[in-house]
Design a protein around this ligand. Structure first.
Ligand SMILES: Nc1ncnc2c1ncn2[C@@H]1O[C@H](COP(=O)(O)OP(=O)(O)O)[C@@H](O)[C@H]1O
Ligand SMILES: [Mg+2]
Length: 449
């Protein structure tokens, strides 16, 4: 007796699946986005949503062999750092970033670097012609032996090319332009993206090819296509930065083969992206002192970076004043503003407050709290804070200033950058010849203005 066919529908917007067709996706609310999957596509959904398709017999942990991760260098210090040491053969890495940030530029250079180590590299572009890519390669100094280019959007043709030559490294620019002729949904749709990523993953594992996939980012900041894409790949990196400025940050978001704490910093030049040297001093302007600006030192992985927090506090008649942070957590900003009102009696209810972190960096730790408060007070009172001072401290809900980890490294870096004073929760034994001022409560901050 033939197996009874079960139907499965998938939302092409968010990847939600349902055994019944529906006019509106209950998960994301998009109308008319559910399409029926073929049996083969259903299989892929099953394989990519269940944790493992392998046998589930338990083994004693003492008897399991460790998986040794072999890596090779990408020939780029910053990329190696973000990847946790280098490129892992057979791994699938997704690089996300907004248009124009430099994803194609970065990966073309990476491809050329790897080709120079004697490995065969294939760059698949669905966005540009071979000639356009060649033009860029000329500019970047990336015209090297063993780097192959193909302008192709059909997955089936890519598979034929992979049969043709034994590549070690593959770049897909971008996942949203590649499509399979066997799938009826549009290129870039959930079903396409999932199926193609699945196919690429199979090839990567089977042949030990390392594959880098470029993914565009939606307005909301996530990689276009289903979340499942992020679950399927081994590593997810985001390429960030303000395209009007030259600094770019490559940040690990997920990595099955290493930590995600390190960032890579690049500089966009006419000749391409180069590793930024002396990154610590690149994110602040030492010479210009204006009200609303305060310096802090944050840790990006193992590296301390001096950042400038800018605040703009301006009077408003609107019933709901604006509170907006770029590069800093909005909820945290609201908490700090509440503290200012409560503890320092600074009446901000009739003021808009904007916070910006220079250089396109996103602060992910609380050590910058004190600097954010200082910048806000500085803007509110229209008093300049000297660029000789850094503010390092976490602010608690009750208004205490807390110590932060790796203070020693932060102070050492500040000293190197010729900063002379630090406002911190507790004076350390070694002050690195900085003038350290203890400040254990937010109420004491006001004495500085
Ligand atoms: N001829 C050029 N000289 C200098 N910079 C360029 C040139 N062409 C492009 N760029 C820079 O490269 C960026 C585009 O990078 P690209 O790698 O195509 O981005 P993405 O692939 O992320 O969309 C542009 O924002 C621009 O700043
Ligand atoms: Mg591109």
């Amino acid at each position: 007796m033939a197996k009874k066919k079960t139907a499965l529908f998938e939302c092409q917007h968010c990847g939600f699946t349902s055994p019944k067709w529906m006019g509106k996706c209950p998960n994301c609310g998009t109308w008319d986005s559910l399409v029926e999957l073929t049996e083969q596509q259903q299989e892929v959904v099953k394989l990519t949503t269940s944790p493992s398709g392998r046998s589930s017999k338990a083994q004693l942990i003492t008897e399991i062999d460790e998986e040794l991760v072999q890596r090779y260098s990408s020939n780029d210090v910053e990329l190696d750092l973000v990847l946790g040491g280098g490129i892992v053969p057979g791994s699938l890495t997704l690089i996300g970033g907004s248009p124009g940030v430099g994803k194609s530029t970065l990966l073309l250079k990476v491809g050329a670097n790897i080709a120079q180590t004697g490995r065969k590299v294939l760059y698949i572009t669905g966005e540009e012609s071979e000639g356009q890519v060649k033009l860029r390669a000329d500019r970047l100094g990336s015209v090297v032996d063993l780097l192959y280019l193909v302008s192709e959007t059909r997955l089936e043709q890519v598979l034929i090319e992979l049969e043709h030559r034994s590549y070690d490294f593959l770049i897909v620019d971008s996942i949203q332009t590649l499509y399979s002729e066997n799938i009826t949904s549009a290129p870039g749709s959930v079903t396409q993206v999932r199926q193609i990523t699945f196919e690429l993953m199979r090839i990567a594992k089977e042949r030990g090819i390392a594959i880098f996939i470029i993914g565009h980012i939606t307005k909301e900041g996530s990689i276009a296509g289903p979340r499942v894409l992020e679950h399927m790949v081994d590593a997810v990196l985001y390429f960030e930065g303000d395209s009007s400025q030259e600094l770019r940050i490559l940040r690990g978001f997920k990595n099955r083969f290493g930590a995600t704490s390190e960032i890579g910093v690049f500089e966009m030049r006419a000749e391409g992206l180069i590793s930024a040297k002396d990154i610590s001093s690149r994110f602040f302007n030492r010479n210009k002192s204006q009200p609303g600006s305060a310096l802090t030192v944050v840790m990006e992985g193992s590296r301390p970076i001096i950042l400038e927090v800018q605040a703009l506090v301006s009077e408003t008649q609107a019933p709901n004043p604006k509170r907006q942070a770029t590069g800093f957590d909005n909820n945290r900003l609201n908490m700090l503003l509440a503290l200012l009102e409560r503890k320092l009696e600074i009446p901000l209810t009739h003021y808009d407050v904007f916070i910006n972190i220079t250089g396109g960096i996103k602060i992910t730790e609380t050590a910058a709290d004190l600097a954010v408060l200082a910048a806000i007070i500085s803007s509110f009172r229209d008093r300049v804070i000297s660029k000789e001072t850094v503010f390092i401290g976490e602010v608690s809900l009750v208004g205490d200033i807390r110590e932060v980890f790796q203070l020693d490294q932060r102070l050492r870096e500040a000293k190197l950058q010729k900063i002379t004073k630090a406002l911190i929760a507790k004076k350390p034994l070694d002050t690195h010849k900085m003038k350290c001022y203890e400040i254990d409560e937010v109420t004491k901050l006001i004495e500085w203005f």
